[in-house]
Design a protein around this ligand. Sequence first.
Ligand code: ADP
Ligand code: MG
Length: 494
Amino acid sequence: MPARPFPPLTPGQTTLLVDKSQSWGLAHGLVMYPPGFVLSLATVAPLTLFPTPFPKQAFEQALAVQQTFNRLYTLVASSKGWIESISKDLSAFDPDFTGKLYTAYEQALAAGIVQPLLMGLFRLDYMVHSATNQIKQIEFNTVSVLFGGLSSKVADLHRFLNALGAYTADGSEYYPRESLPTSASLKELGAGLVDGDEAYRQQQKLPSTTATCIVMVTQPGERNVFDQRHVEYAVGEAVAGAERPFLPVHRTTLQLVLSDTLIDARQRLVWTATGQEVSVVYYRSGYSPDDYPEAGCWEARLRLEALLAIKCPLLLTQLAGAKKIQQILTTREEVRRFLPAEDDASVDGLLLTFVAIYPLDDSPRGAEAKRLALTEPHRFVLKPQREGGGNNVYKENIPGFLKQLPEREWAGYILMELISPPEFNNVIVRGEDVHRDPIISELGVFGTTVFNEQSGEVLTNRTGGWLLRSKFSSSDEGGVAAGFGCVDSVYLYE
Ligand code: ADP
Ligand code: MG
């Protein structure tokens, strides 16, 4: 069935729908703190009133390839020599961040990294390319992935509004129920963290009565707290009823983590206030230079790196999420090098999600990319080795940007073909503002894994639900927390 248009509601019906969505959001924790917040007052996260049409086949394909991608990236992250040499090269171009991450890794290595278990809570971001309706990869995130919590909530909200009949004048359901899937992301991220804890408990042969805990390292003044709290509560729910102690998630920051914890003689990390052994250090910060305003933050990162607690992620896993690595992995030969035993269909499935990404270096492909960047910039986005939004250079701005840099520094960037997603006139509700404007959407698929890099054993590998984020098509970037996007869900059509 082709996509149905958005429900034709009168302004009065739309006002009622806004009222219902805001109440549901507050009642179910689809919320964030506003700027300058106090603890007791949250606001509904920016959201769309309707689910956004998304081709079913593209959606299913994105979910289908996730476990292969999890495998690929754990293997990349544990290919030490390879990733070390690339990170070292990138450090020269980005000494302020990639360089510091890599130095912290080298220092931790010198101190002796004692934990061979590697953990990933990943999110792969895609857009649908409208000319072909194919799913195309934007980026692979290996650190601090957001919105696993709120994503499940907003999909539930849209399903609720549909079931309620709020999308029609006569109270009937507008969308076929099966076209509005739930997102397991919240539950799955919780389960992924519990997988890490269980792996640690088994490895350390902890008696079933011994309590462990997870430490979540967040940004000071974080406003997207509830997305994180939902994951914390999902961890609790995943272990409730099991023959084991409760699994608390303690919150701290890079500034405070070393004073909140003790390190014992066996390199175990202990949460001081409760005396519980820390099984997993889960970073919801640490992905941008702003997260390390003091030398103490780097000190904390590298101290934790060497300890027994499992890090989600390790520094090398974080570095594996570099845009440069994504560029290198767009060829069949490179994918095959990491996945020699994978069947052809799976490898083809990965490759189908790639658009062209070029290096801007001295190679023949680099020379071609330099020509394209200067002569056909409208087809491309230029990306540095940074995360978290606001760093990319788009289209016609590329030539001017490159020309003000010495050419030898261009190799620190990648040139990526632009994906052109379809536009839809959904309604975005942000606080008291209600806008009906063309939006474009980005699908995120979560994945979780625990891997032993010494033995090569994959302990767990899960597809972890999905997220749809939308933004006005007039804005190039879509960070929800940064204030120019919103959470959304999919309406699947064939
Ligand atoms: P970051 O690490 O800052 O999140 P991304 O690679 O995700 O960087 O890019 C940020 C945003 O830019 C994306 O969310 C998307 O909206 C847009 N974008 C990035 N790459 C492309 C592309 N190839 N085509 C279209 N839009 C893109
Ligand atoms: Mg991104």
